[in-house]
Design a protein around this ligand. Structure first.
Ligand code: GRF
Length: 192
């Protein structure tokens, strides 16, 4: 049984898709939700999973979150719209066991400041004819970990950033749970 923790800062729609998917997956359990935002939509979704809320000091200057994840015997951390950089200590504690989804085809439109609507605005402004999603492992340089999966969708000349965001989110909801599930199957049981 693999135990997952999901980190989210925003509306949590990807987190909800993951919870729904893994509710029917006996090999995995979503054990913990984590957020840095007391007003995150994630909380309002009442997904019925223990949720930890933390601030910057806790996340970057204590080992409380790492210890909580280790004590919860988490095998995989899934970042589903989590906007803070992962501290090196957390990356080191979970090497190749942190997965992130980015709403663009990395390496294009990645890096600092490239999140949410900013990404889609940049894609439209650049006149791109396609965009998509990238699901990747997280290392200390955030958007530069090994890519696990990409899917693309067209960007029409008439598409607004909102249209692009809607199309990209549909890709996320369709693929993220399946990619996480497939990646779990490659993991050996966590050495405690
Ligand atoms: C998604 O667009 C994801 O690619 C990005 O943050 C957004 C999360 O949306 N990392 P939601 O909170 O899952 O609805």
């Amino acid at each position: 049984m693999h135990r997952l923790a999901i980190f989210a800062s925003g509306s949590g729609s990807n987190a909800e898709q993951l919870v729904r998917h893994f509710a029917h997956q006996p090999q995995a359990d979503i054990t913990l939700l984590a957020t840095n935002n007391a007003r995150a939509g994630l909380i309002d979704r009442k997904l019925g999973i223990p949720t930890v809320l933390f601030d910057r000091n806790t996340f970057y200057h204590t080992d409380r979150i790492v210890r909580l994840l280790q004590q919860s015997e988490i095998d995989l951390i899934v970042l589903a719209g989590f906007l803070w950089l992962i501290p090196p200590a957390l990356v080191r504690a979970f090497p190749d066991r942190i997965v992130n989804i980015h709403p663009a085809l990395l390496p294009k439109f990645g890096g600092k400041g490239m999140y949410g609507q900013h990404v889609h605005e940049a894609v439209v402004a650049a006149g791109e004819t396609e965009t998509g999603i990238t699901i990747h492992l997280v290392n200390e340089r955030y958007d530069e970990g090994r890519t696990l999966f990409q899917a693309s969708c067209p960007v029409l000349p008439t598409d607004s950033p909102t249209d692009v965001a809607r199309n990209v989110l549909a890709l996320e909801h369709r693929h993220f749970p399946l990619v996480v599930d497939a990646f779990l199957a490659t993991l050996s049981p966590r050495m405690v």
